[in-house]
Structure formats: structure tokens, C-alpha cells
Design a protein around this ligand. Structure first.
Ligand code: SAH
Length: 267
């Protein structure tokens, strides 16, 4: 997989990508990232990539020509061109999986804006897709491009130390992952839920599935496709095999724990 990043700050992008599992994957050539700086495609002495907005207003706008030349310099390696912008479709786990699959064999170019954004005419004629990483404004597209690259890379074979984790991580089944614990068994005055220390993997899997649903219901009810009452009652039965205090240690609110414990009443 080859990803091109059009950016005024190529070093910031390359430096960040040299760390952690993504850095290792790049060393092992599982994927490559190539940066192109639009400033290298300016013709004036000041190498200006921006200019004042038509119609007035604060801030500068990135000019279309240096951006177009930067993309054109990639020739056939440009592949699909994605502009990062708050105007785009919202990035999520599903798109990360889709991109990892689609761009395994074809190229992807991510275009980062700066300042007040990019001349719309460049977007109209040179961009295939617009992606946003959330409903907030960043000072540049680099962090958005890095978020995309990082989340795509996790789905490329050989990038994660543990290949199975991407199938149990949050969003893999549409819900949040159950909270995790490591040694020691007691820390900060809190004990690891007993079931997780018991070695009974069937019970552990059932508890984690139920806990994942409970955490999602509390924190991200929007992730639940439908409020499946029967499933929730079954999950509550599993969760009630664990003491209330241990459920609180799993990060559930007192309100959630109460509702788990009272959900059997009257049913
Ligand atoms: N004036 C624009 C924001 C410009 S921010 C507006 O109000 O819509 C400067 C650059 O940061 C943008 O060109 C874009 O590339 C990047 N950027 C800002 N927020 C972003 C987001 N939520 N997702 C992706 N890119 C973003």
C-alpha cells in the first residue's frame, strides 16, 4: 500500500509515522508513505502557497495551482485523491476497514489544507472524496491525515502485534470493547473483577460481551442499532453474577449498575 500526503509540513507527518507499531510496519515495508510539499511547486520568490480570500474576511486561503501541481507530480501514483475537511463524510472504523481493503492494491493521496482552507475550485476539479475526522476545526489537515493513516494501518496484515485484537477492539462488532485490566490484582484500592482472574474462558468471554454492551449503552447509546430488550436482559443476568462493586470497577456508573441489578424485577 502506498499513501501520498500533500502537506506544507512533511517532516511533522513523517516524524509521527516513525513511531510505534505504524513505524515498525513502515520499516518492514508493509506500507509506504510519501510526502509532497505544495511549496515546492510555487514559482514566485516568496514561494507563496496562500492568498487573501475573495470577498474579504480573516485568514488566508491555499491557492489552487501549487496544490494541483503537487498532485500532478505524482502522476499515476496519485490514485484516489482525498481532501481532509470539516465538510467531509465522517471518518469511522467502517471507513478505515474499507480503505485498508480498497487501497491494498491501489494508491491513495491525502491532501491537507492549512490556514482558512483551500480554494474550492481545486476541490471541485481535483478531489475524489472529502473526509472529516470530527465536528471540530483543526488548524491543518495533517492530524486528520495521520488519524486516517493510523486507523487504516491497523487493518493491514502484519501491522498489529496481535492480529486478533482488531476483531475485539471497539467498533469491531459495532460496540465498545469491555474495559481491560493488568497486574497487580489490587491497585489504587480497587480489585480486578474475580471472573477475569478465574481462567474460565467461556465465562470470561460471556462477561466481556455483556460488559461491552453495558458500557456502550451507558456511553454511546447511538451505537446500539436497536434496543434489543431480550438480549439486554440476558446480558444483565450475566452481569449480575459479578458483585456490584466489581461492575463499578469496570467503569460503569452507579446508575447503570443499579439498573442492571433491578432489571430482573417484574420481568
Ligand atoms: N475554514 C474552514 C476550516 C479550515 S481549517 C472551515 O471552517 O470549514 C484548515 C485545514 O484543516 C482545512 O483545510 C482542513 O484540511 C483541515 N481540517 C480542519 N478541521 C478538519 C476536520 N475536522 N477534519 C479534517 N480536516 C480538517
Amino acid at each position: 500500500m502506498r499513501i501520498n500526503v500533500i502537506t506544507l509540513f512533511p517532516d511533522a507527518v513523517s516524524d509521527f509515522l516513525s513511531w510505534g507499531v505504524v513505524g515498525q510496519a513502515m520499516k518492514h515495508k508493509i506500507f509506504q508513505v510519501n510526502t509532497v510539499n505544495p511549496r515546492d511547486f510555487t514559482e514566485d520568490v516568496h514561494k507563496s502557497v496562500d492568498d487573501r480570500p475573495y470577498g474579504g474576511g480573516d485568514g488566508m486561503i491555499m491557492r489552487a495551482e501549487p496544490l494541483k501541481k503537487a498532485v500532478d507530480s505524482l502522476g499515476e501514483y496519485a490514485g484516489t485523491r482525498v481532501y481532509l475537511s470539516p465538510h467531509g463524510e465522517l471518518w469511522n472504523d467502517g471507513l478505515a476497514r474499507e480503505f485498508a481493503c480498497q487501497f491494498k492494491t491501489s494508491n491513495l493521496t491525502l491532501i491537507c489544507g492549512r490556514y482558512g482552507g483551500v480554494d474550492q475550485r481545486f476541490i471541485n476539479s481535483e478531489v475524489d472524496r472529502v473526509v472529516s475526522v470530527g465536528d471540530y476545526v483543526l488548524s491543518g489537515g495533517e492530524i486528520a491525515a495521520l488519524a486516517m493513516i493510523d486507523s487504516i494501518a491497523r487493518f493491514l496484515p502484519g501491522v498489529l502485534g496481535n492480529e486478533k485484537s482488531k476483531e475485539t477492539d471497539s467498533f469491531a462488532n459495532g460496540l465498545l470493547e469491555a474495559p481491560q485490566f493488568t497486574r497487580p490484582p489490587t491497585v489504587l484500592g480497587q480489585n480486578v473483577p474475580t471472573v477475569l482472574r478465574g481462567g474460565d474462558h467461556k465465562s470470561i468471554d460471556a462477561f466481556r460481551a455483556a460488559l461491552g454492551l453495558a458500557v456502550s449503552r451507558e456511553r454511546r447509546p447511538d451505537l446500539l442499532a436497536s434496543d434489543d430488550d431480550r438480549l439486554w436482559r440476558e446480558m444483565c443476568e450475566i452481569l449480575r453474577t459479578v458483585p456490584a462493586e466489581e461492575l463499578r470497577t469496570c467503569g460503569l456508573s452507579a446508575e447503570s449498575v443499579n439498573s442492571i441489578y433491578s432489571s430482573s424485577k417484574g420481568l
